[in-house]
Design a protein around this ligand. Structure first.
Ligand code: FES
Length: 471
């Protein structure tokens, strides 16, 4: 896929010619490698708990508050400097909260996920809607040149540029300038490429809110004749950016572009418990990309489950950085260079699991099999002729049948999760965590926009009987 490319001339923008090339060679919204995991085990691994996610969030906010108050009390003495260094790092850890709650997998409570995502987005100068769609694209087309808007460094990479990014002075002001432009209604072409047109208004209003909040902070600084308000809110996005970079650099940098296997373009690094708390276990990055429905606190268990099909993780950050810097130097000298020391187990991708094959009854209705074969709280794929269905059982045992393929992408919903939504049971897609109402088929969570067909299930005789879909 990569051998004949002239990487010195590639355009990494999502609005450049590489986007078309990626589509032509089948790299857009494609099928990615996915190992087999027992469905019952996967159901355990995708279980979310409010207690764990809220507990971690409260601890982080408490630490942020305590160190922030200590820094404010000590300001402007010398002792406020180390306190603000720690405060900036904790502030930068908002990035991990932004990510986990943004995926909607941290809590089972959707409102808590969303509230934390909005809060972290405001802290980090990221428009919540804009960046949600950016991250959907990152997961669809991870490190595909011309498609992924979150590629950290273009090839040939510049080590100087990487070092500059650690200061926060290279990227962060540009991010705020982008927010200001959005606040004035000027949506940039990159955002237009992946944010649906009907969400542009939201992008504008969120940008206005962000500008207004930061204007109040600046106003407070002027009124009090002190830098303190800015040091506490806004500026940590710059001076705390190093922590975001320190962790984020390990995710994909130095690895392959334009492949459909997260084992080749993502990196798992073993980290100590403090780092894993700050980073919310995103060091298990290969695992996260393959199974984004798994909440961060179950990623170590997922890692144990599938590590035999993954490349050897980096044993620590130092090892990961040695690999990254070495690779960047080699890619700088030869942009076509690929890491050769990473052995990826040669196992085939798991086919979308067919739970069972249903039957056509004499009256033309479809028999999807016995109710008892579907465990409560689970979803199974049942095929009949050329049709595929996702057959779910909600927590109260009700059987729900929907079309088997997500309306957002070519992904089997049976690989997803049955969850309790605010208005009733929902099914969550395994690819981008989009959701459908299981009773009505209505879209309940982005990026899903189109409803899915639902089928009334008659279970009176112990079998799941539906009327066949219209052709
Ligand atoms: S494929 Fe994107 S939410 Fe289903």
């Amino acid at each position: 896929m990569t051998d004949t490319l002239d990487r010195t001339a590639r355009d990494y923008s999502v609005v450049g010619p590489e986007a078309q090339r990626a589509a032509e060679v089948g790299l857009v919204d494609a099928e990615w490698f996915r190992p087999h995991v027992d469905p019952d085990r996967m159901r355990e691994l995708t279980e979310r708990t409010n207690r764990r996610a809220i507990g971690d969030a409260v601890l982080w906010l408490a630490l942020l508050g305590v160190v922030g108050v200590a820094g404010a009390v000590a300001f402007p003495s010398f002792w406020s400097i180390p306190l603000f260094v720690v405060y900036g790092a904790l502030y930068g850890a908002a990035d991990a909260r932004w990510h986990e709650f943004g995926h909607g997998t941290a809590c089972s409570n959707e409102r808590v996920n969303d509230a934390m995502y909005q809060f972290a987005s405001l802290m980090l100068w990221r428009g919540p809607t804009l960046w949600r769609w950016s991250h959907f694209r990152h997961h669809s087309d991870t490190i595909i040149v011309g498609r992924d808007p979150e590629i950290q460094l273009a090839r040939p990479p510049s080590l100087f540029r990487l070092a500059q990014n650690y200061s926060g002075l290279r990227n962060q002001p540009g991010m705020f300038w982008r927010i200001i432009q959005h606040a004035f209604g000027k949506i940039d072409p990159v955002a237009v490429d992946f944010v649906p047109a009907n969400e542009h208004g939201k992008v504008v209003w969120e940008a206005r809110l962000s500008v207004a909040v930061h204007a109040v902070v600046v106003g407070l600084a002027i009124a009090t004749q002190s830098w303190l308000p800015i040091l506490l809110v806004g500026a940590p996005t710059i001076y705390g950016a190093w922590l975001v970079l320190f962790f984020g650099t390990t995710q994909h940098l130095g690895l392959q572009e334009d492949v459909l296997d997260h084992r080749a373009n993502s990196r798992t690094v073993y980290m100590n418990p403090v780092f894993r708390f700050l980073y919310l276990n995103m060091n298990y990055h290969v695992e996260h990309h393959i199974f984004p429905a798994v909440p961060y606190y179950r990623l170590p268990a997922l890692h144990a489950e599938i590590k035999h099909v993954l490349p050897e993780p980096s044993p620590n950050c130092l090892h990961a950085y040695r690999e990254i810097i070495g690779e960047l130097k080699r890619q700088r000298d030869d942009p076509n260079h690929e890491l050769e020391t990473r052995l990826i187990p040669d196992v085939p991708t798991a086919p979308a699991e067919v739970g069972s094959i249903g039957a056509v009854r004499p009256d033309g209705s479809f028999d999807l099999g016995p109710v008892a074969q579907i465990a409560v709280g689970s979803v199974t794929r049942v095929d009949v002729r050329d049709r595929t269905f996702a057959v779910a059982r909600t927590a109260d045992g009700t059987v729900c049948v929907v079309d088997g393929i997500c309306t957002h992408g070519q992904v089997h919903l049976a690989g997803g999760v049955v969850v309790d939504g605010v208005d009733g049971p929902q099914i969550e897609c395994p690819k981008h965590n989009g959701r459908f109402d299981l009773s009505t088929g209505a879209p309940c969570r982005k990026p899903v926009k189109e409803p899915i067909a639902v089928y009334a299930a008659d279970t009176a005789n112990g079998h799941i009987i539906i009327q066949p879909p219209e052709q």
